[in-house]
Design a protein around this ligand. Structure first.
Ligand code: ZN
Length: 147
């Protein structure tokens, strides 16, 4: 497959996530929720979580944002659902390295989010891509403090 074909495929997967986001909406009985904004682009993300025994049992997102921020949130929820808080922190770090163009060791663990590697070339969009991951980090950090 040529590079441009591959890029097209990446773009299609990103668009699909943005148009038909996974785990989008609200949860009935969230244990934690957080909202974060990216003023540079105007993206807003609301995250709701059900965390039990240090594990993300359920996750849902809502809000308004550009294609990248929405797609990234959808990919993030796919990846962290069922993971422990510790595993999630690790994934958040890995994703942050990825979009900064740094080397990532466990890129397979990032699922479709790996397709956002190209964002590294567009510094203005990095904050769009990391918004939902930062929101998750904030929510999980709050939980860690409570226990
Ligand atoms: Zn954005």
């Amino acid at each position: 497959m040529g590079l441009s074909k591959l890029n097209q495929l990446y773009r299609q997967v990103i668009l699909d996530h943005s148009q038909y986001p996974h785990h989008h909406g609200t949860l009935k009985d969230p244990t934690d929720s957080v909202e974060l904004t990216n003023p540079t682009c105007g993206d807003v993300v609301q995250l709701q979580l059900v965390v039990e025994e240090e594990r993300i049992k359920d996750i849902c997102f809502n809000g308004n944002g550009c294609t990248i921020s929405k797609a990234s949130a959808s990919m993030m929820t796919d990846v962290v659902i069922g993971k422990t808080i510790e595993e999630s922190f690790h994934l958040i770090d890995q994703f942050s390295f990825l979009v900064q163009g740094k080397e990532v060791q466990d890129s397979d663990d990032l699922g479709d989010a790996v397709l956002l590697t190209g964002v590294a070339k567009f510094p203005a969009r990095i904050k769009c891509a990391t918004l939902s991951w930062k929101a998750l980090e904030k929510a999980l950090a709050g939980i860690n403090k409570e226990s």
